[in-house]
Ligand binder design. Sequence first.
Ligand code: SAH
Length: 345
Amino acid sequence: MPSKKDIRALSKEELRHFFVENGDKAFRGNQVYEWLWQKSTHSFDDMTNLSKETRTMLEENFVINHIKVDQMQRSNDGTIKNAIKLHDNMIVESVLIPTETRTTACVSSQVGCSLDCNFCATARLKRMRNLNPDEIYDQVVAIDKQSRVYHNHKLSNIVFMGMGEPLLNYKNVLDAIDKITSDEGLGMSPKRITLSTVGIPKMIKKLADDEVKFNLAVSLHSAIDTTRSKMMPINDKSNLAELLASLQYWYTKTNRKITFEYVIWKGINDSQNDANALVDYCKKIPSKVNLIEYNAIDDGEFQQASAKATEMYVRSLEANHIIINVRRSRGKDIDAACGQLANKS
Ligand code: SAH
């Protein structure tokens, strides 16, 4: 028997068409679409405004694939890490990060990752496959539920900073964001969504051309080509000048500032010279910098720079009127922090 198709791979138009082809009314497609997305229904039997025959017919033609929270770990700082099981038993991780006033979902876009950033645990997994739009959407739904249960309010923000490189799964990530922001989905504001990328110039330009409304963050980590290439091999394919050109293009089209994510490592990018290079880079594009704490992932090949180095960066950037935030890592005790997602559980 041929395997049944996942009904959530169909667009609303395709669902409407399916019903018409089967001698029913097009608006049944809208009803089913609402069950599948807005209500996140996992069973055709729960679609109570459809007749028993219609539900059976759907059952015969389709499956509803959905993710399962396979394991949930709670950190003593309130962070929750989920191991998410996909329909083919592959695992990705999603994290709920709480602050006093809001909760942020950190979601994955691929199983593993094809980029070889040498400080990131996910890079060790290699890339297995892209996530489908529904698999990305479901992570958000799962974390929204946890936010309501454990923090008494709905999810407020989403960051694509889990496993994978979102711009190498472009179509599915944008499709998921469309559904997350649509009134027929979760109705979240795109202003509360940030896509984080290693920085792929061609795809950044495409985002700008597609007039997306969400925010863009770029993992910079160094504004000196030789240093950046050492940490992030992608920089050999497209260097800092090309990256900058694509960001300037993005800014001209969207008028939205870029966030640079930046880790300072001992002996790698902790000198005044490194900070000066960052200042010069930031001056060329409206941006702000988030300094992220380094989360050690192995035997200590890399180490977080000293507090003095952080202060030096902060001073240098502030003296040049560049906004800089120092971000404390959350969920470290459960390996839920940046770069620690590696299906260890
Ligand atoms: N591929 C995307 C999103 C995933 S990584 C990207 O590169 O932006 C999310 C963030 O965590 C990136 O800024 C990444 O550089 C950072 N990161 C990776 N490993 C880390 C580690 N061990 N400690 C701190 N941050 C890390």
